[in-house]
Design a protein around this ligand. Structure first.
Ligand code: ADP
Length: 189
């Protein structure tokens, strides 16, 4: 029987990592074997675990955000045969190849749980995430709290004017914002 694809999205601070960690911990309580991965682009708090902003953690393998490399990690090692549940955080940093890889895992009967940002700080769809949402059995869209007014926030506001494309986890670089208080980040020329 095929597995299921669960996708958890929302802005930064919406609790995606928390929710992913919660689901993986429950799977382990149910005696299912869990494999968890995160891209090496985000080593904010831990090198060997996914961590939420609220300091919950779950052990994870750090991988290059490249779907061929992740496929290798799963298949070349035989790991895929030993796990039933696969969690992946920060899925927005992967390439489009994550779609066929995910579907392959689903057809092998795996439960795949992906968490990531649905939009960039420029308010554009973020990488493969919208397409993954379209293929999912279940999509959970979480809200954060707007740092201006306290209303539910769906956007990630980049503060300041960094020239780097990806600035990860730098404290004070990002804030959750509602529609009314979000201003898409525009690169200065
Ligand atoms: P995400 O993975 O979506 O970035 P995390 O799971 O890492 O989110 O962190 C969620 C936690 O962040 C919340 O439980 C709360 O403790 C904290 N937090 C900090 N700022 C905010 C905010 N603006 N809105 C909601 N939670 C926040």
């Amino acid at each position: 029987t095929p597995g299921v694809l669960e996708v958890i999205v929302g802005p930064m601070f919406s609790g995606k990592s928390e929710e992913l960690i919660r689901r993986l911990k429950r799977a382990r309580i149910a005696k299912q074997r869990v494999g968890c991965f995160k891209p090496d682009i985000d080593l904010r708090y831990h090198r060997t675990a996914i961590a939420s902003h609220s300091e919950q953690t779950h052990e994870a393998s750090v991988v290059t955000p490249n779907s061929d490399r992740l496929r290798e990690e799963l298949f070349a090692t035989g790991l895929v045969d030993r796990i039933e549940v696969i969690g992946l955080d920060e899925v927005q940093f992967f390439d489009e190849g994550i779609l066929p890889l995910t579907m392959e895992l689903i057809h092998l009967g795996k439960r795949v749980i992906l968490a990531g940002l649905d939009t960039t700080f420029a308010n554009e769809p973020f990488g493969p995430v919208p397409n993954l949402m379209a293929l999912a059995d279940k999509v959970t869209k979480l809200n954060a709290v707007c740092m201006v007014c306290g209303q539910p926030a769906i956007h990630t506001q980049r503060l300041g004017h960094s020239q780097e494309l990806v600035v990860v986890g730098a404290v004070g670089m990002y804030e959750a914002r509602c529609r009314a208080h979000f201003q898409p980040y525009v690169e200065e020329t």
